[in-house]
Ligand binder design. Structure first.
Ligand code: GDP
Length: 534
């Protein structure tokens, strides 16, 4: 292997790029804090939360980030740990749960699924899991809140298998949770050894740990009663559980499961060790002409998130790019695969709150922000050398529709520009009814909330008040087929034929029944609820 390629392979190989999938309140933020704490990136936990809630803490944290080599690109947290570069891609959750949340998963090589031990699989966990499963993303599971009464480790394993349909392979097992007992540590099922923890105030520092083999722990680290109980459970788990199978894990068919409490730090270290040992480095990424390996010498990357007006002082757009192959260097010339256009990437940044820091280079697995004025779209591939075009799901079947208009004739230009930019960012999909004015496009989204976001952003960023009126449609289908068949009029009042921004025909229907009738009457057309990718 030539020297440059070997160096590239080495850099790619030490990257671990992942996202956390969870339902709000399961403990994503707390676990993130504790990963930083155990990685030695912060002295005391509590800083990630501070970042979310308070402006002043936020800037302190930013200063600290720079000192310690943690960096944030608004969508990714990046830090060094035991010779690895860890990139944690943020999955926006909570109220701002939207298509963006699904989309950013395209940028991750692995996912960590955080469950609340007494709630198991919750709706948002399941939705995000399905997106990962679609791409066969390897998933590690952390069953959190084992310190809480009501924690149900067996129930969680059962739900993973029954609700999600993948094997659960417990790597460790909690010691002590249950009525009248406290969660004290974990049994490592691989080595049959016990780790028992001593609590620290507020979980602010790493917890002192004592370890022994299961037999030696009896009467020393564990009481006779605890040891008896653990023996019974270990027996049960060993016969009932799935043994860990690396191939099945990498294929997304099995998840290794770890138990712990992010709040008290119990079980964090074994989970981190497990993560470092199991999470895969960047691998080949699926592309139109075959998968592209990270050691492909030319740079390539994919735009997985767009954000305009991140900073009101700058008024520009940032395209977040996940590097897929080669080495990115600032000032390089890259081609936008969709259009064949070339551009010099002069402004590659990492964002620290309101400030930006130039990124000089990046390797497969890394995330960079590229400041552009225009020309890039969500899902675009940027590449050097022979053209490549990555595949992936960037839009999801819309279920809500509304017509949007601007009554203030003086602000129409800003209205059109704003909508176009929000469309490019993927906040909503824009559809046009050819029979209507282009000033009244149709917004299509996965959730209602996205319409509020459009209204709010049009007003605050483009100074235009928009009127959004819901439409009665419940689904959209992208139609393909012979031109003559596509031109056939749809003589039904419960469907409507519109176009997407590329001019492709899209059928909106009010009911499944209406859609079924249209399909039956047009057997020469195909109907796909998924917008075309890339
Ligand atoms: P997120 O919404 O998934 O980011 O969840 P957070 O990390 O903000 O946690 C939600 C709530 O659960 C907070 O009040 C945390 O303090 C609490 N929490 C998180 N982890 C644990 C845990 O291991 N045990 C207990 N008892 N509470 C926890």
């Amino acid at each position: 292997m030539p020297r440059e390629e070997a160096a590239l392979a080495r850099e790619a190989d030490r990257r671990r790029t992942f996202a956390i999938i969870s339902h709000p309140d399961a403990g994503k933020t707390t676990l993130t804090e504790k990963l930083l704490l155990y990685a030695g990136m912060v002295d005391e936990a509590g800083l990630v939360r501070g970042r979310r809630n308070s402006r002043s803490v936020k800037s302190d944290w930013m200063a600290m980030e720079r000192e310690r080599g943690i960096s944030v690109t608004a969508t990714a947290l990046s830090f060094e740990f035991r010779g690895r570069r860890i990139n944690l891609i943020d999955t926006p959750g909570h109220q701002d749960f939207s298509e963006d949340t699904y989309r950013v998963l395209n940028a991750a090589d692995a996912a960590v699924m955080v469950l609340d031990a007494s709630k198991g699989i919750e709706p948002q966990t399941e939705k995000l899991f399905r997106v990962c499963a679609d791409r066969r993303t390897p998933i590690l599971t952390f069953v959190n809140k084992m310190d809480r009464p009501g924690a149900d480790p067996l129930g969680c394993l059962g739900q993973i298998e029954e609700v999600l349909g993948i094997d659960a392979a417990p790597v460790n097992w909690p010691i002590g949770p249950g009525p009248g007992r406290n969660f004290r540590g974990v049994l490592d099922l691989t080595t049959d050894s016990v780790q028992v923890y001593k609590p620290v105030p507020h979980g602010a520092t790493a917890v002192p740990t004592e370890s022994a083999s299961r037999s030696a722990a009896r009467g020393t680290l564990l009481s006779e009663e605890e040891a008896d109980h653990l023996d019974d459970e270990a027996e049960l788990i060993r016969t009932a559980g799935h043994p860990f199978d690396r191939e099945r894990f990498l294929d997304g068919a099995q998840t290794p499961v770890y138990f712990g409490s992010a709040l008290t730090n119990f079980g964090i270290e074994p989970f981190l060790d497990g993560f470092l040992g199991l999470a895969p480095p960047p691998g080949p990424r699926p592309a139109v002409d075959g998968a592209v390996p990270p050691e492909r010498p030319g740079f390539s990357g994919v735009v997985f998130k767009m954000q305009a007006n991140l900073d009101p002082r700058h008024r520009d757009r940032v395209a977040f790019v996940r590097v897929c192959s080669g080495r990115f260097e600032r000032d390089m010339e890259a081609t936008v695969a969709r259009t064949g256009e070339k551009f010099r990437v002069a402004r590659s940044v990492r964002l620290f709150g309101q400030e930006r820091e130039t990124v000089e280079d990046a390797f497969p697995g890394d995330v960079i922000g590229i400041v552009t004025s225009a020309g890039l779209r969500l899902g675009d591939t940027l590449c050097e050398g022979d053209p490549v075009r990555f595949t992936g799901r960037w839009s999801f079947p819309p279920e809500r529709f509304a017509v949007v208009r601007c009554d203030d004739t003086n602000r129409r230009k800003q209205f059109v520009k704003g909508l176009q930019q929000l469309g490019e960012e993927g906040v909503v999909q824009l559809l046009i009814d050819p029979a209507k004015s282009s000033l009244e496009p149709i917004l299509a989204a996965v959730g209602e909330l996205q319409f509020d976001v459009v209204k709010f952003r049009l007003e605050t960023e483009y100074g235009t008040k928009a009127v959004v009126s819901p439409l009665p449609y419940s689904s959209a289908c992208w139609m393909t087929g012979p031109a003559a068949a596509l031109a056939r009029p749809m003589l039904r009042s419960d469907v409507r034929l519109v176009r997407d921004r590329d001019g492709s025909p899209v059928l909106l229907s009010t009911t499944d029944w209406a859609l079924r009738m249209v399909r039956e009457q047009n057997p020469d057309l195909t109907f796909d609820p998924h917008p075309p990718s890339g």
